[in-house]
Design a protein around this ligand. Structure first.
Ligand code: AVI
Length: 328
């Protein structure tokens, strides 16, 4: 399942073009350096490619996080406790969510997602796996405060945000989201969040530039999507996928790099890319124990437990909503 698939709540113009997609692409191509938000990767083709990525030998995060959930059920149960309303930010990852729910004896499950069709399918799937567990899907943009269903009023809340999707946001956006999650979940709540860890850049680059070329296809699909949906004439053969480690900012960057001078149109507007120039399409931040903790604290969450996979590549962190009067 895609982490940020946003095919619902779309605002289409008279020609059926997604206005927000067009605005983001045109604004991104007009600026220097060129950049387009990563959320536009996830059309149907991009979501299917992301699913393929999660199974690649080089792409360790999904497997690492899953093994953490498999290996530590008893500890999760102790640290989190029974009777929680589990609020998942995203509509439920096929393998990880059941592992968590099986470990902790929740009182209810509330998936939040902007994509209603995905959300309902995932919720029905989950309800079938856990007969007796109340499931209350909410179609909403979780980047804003969400009113939780009245059925979970009074239940203690556990937010669940796996996949290191927080790493796809620049720190300012990540902090905004964490603070919004705190508002959505309320005082006394907890958050279980996945964070991918800083490691050998060669391992990181391989995870984002796999030998089979699946991540390249995922990145290049954005150019195809622009051509398909926005009347684009981008010569996609003149672009190549590039995955670079930015050590100062502790992030993998994905770019589409021009292999020769290119000229093209999008929605009737002309653009050029000089040979070697790139369109920046994604950031995937990686964390250390300290940088992860600092991000959580900035977002209003106090870290309390941390679990790693056996290769120490990925972390699941449990945090509690910080009291407003934490000293000093
Ligand atoms: C969804 N997100 C956490 C993925 C990541 O690892 O940053 C997206 C991705 N991009 C390329 N490969 C995977």
């Amino acid at each position: 399942m895609s982490p940020t698939k946003g095919i619902a709540l779309v605002d289409l113009d008279e020609q059926g073009v997604d206005r927000a997609f067009r605005a983001d692409v045109l604004t991104g191509l007009r600026q220097t350096p060129k950049a387009i938000p990563a959320r536009w990767f996830y059309d149907d083709a991009g979501s299917a490619l992301f699913e393929d990525i999660t199974r690649l030998p080089e792409y360790y995060p999904t497997r690492a996080e899953t093994t953490i959930l498999q290996a530590n059920g008893t500890e999760f149960a102790e640290a989190i406790g029974p009777g929680k309303a589990v609020v998942e930010f995203g509509s439920g990852s096929s393998v990880k969510t059941p592992l968590l729910l099986r470990a902790i004896e929740p009182a209810a499950y509330v998936p939040l997602d902007i994509a209603g069709d995905f959300l309902r399918a995932a919720a029905a799937d989950l309800a079938a796996k856990f007969p007796g567990l109340p499931v209350h899907p909410v179609e909403a943009d979780f980047m804003r405060e969400v009113a939780l269903p009245p059925q979970v009023d009074g239940l203690p809340k556990l937010g669940f945000f796996p996949g290191s999707t927080i790493g796809n946001m620049v720190p300012r956006t990540a902090v905004d989201l964490l603070r919004t999650m705190r508002l959505t979940l309320g005082q006394g709540s907890k958050l279980l969040i996945g964070m991918d860890l800083v490691k050998d850049p060669a391992v990181l680059v391989a995870a984002y530039d796999d030998a089979a070329g699946t991540t390249a296809a995922f990145n290049l699909n954005l150019a195809h999507r622009i051509n398909r949906e926005l009347g684009g004439t981008i010569p996609v053969q003149g672009l190549r996928h590039a995955a670079r480690w930015n050590d100062d900012l502790a992030r993998i960057e994905m770019h589409l790099e021009a292999t020769r001078d290119l000229a093209f149109e999008v929605s009737g507007e002309r653009f050029t890319l000089a040979e070697g120039e790139t369109i920046h399409t994604e950031n995937s931040h990686k964390f250390t124990r300290r940088s992860g903790n600092t991000l959580l604290l900035a977002g209003g969450w106090t870290p309390i437990r941390r679990w790693l996979d056996s290769h120490r590549r990925f972390a699941l962190i449990l945090a509690r909503a910080t009291e407003h009067r934490d000293a000093p």
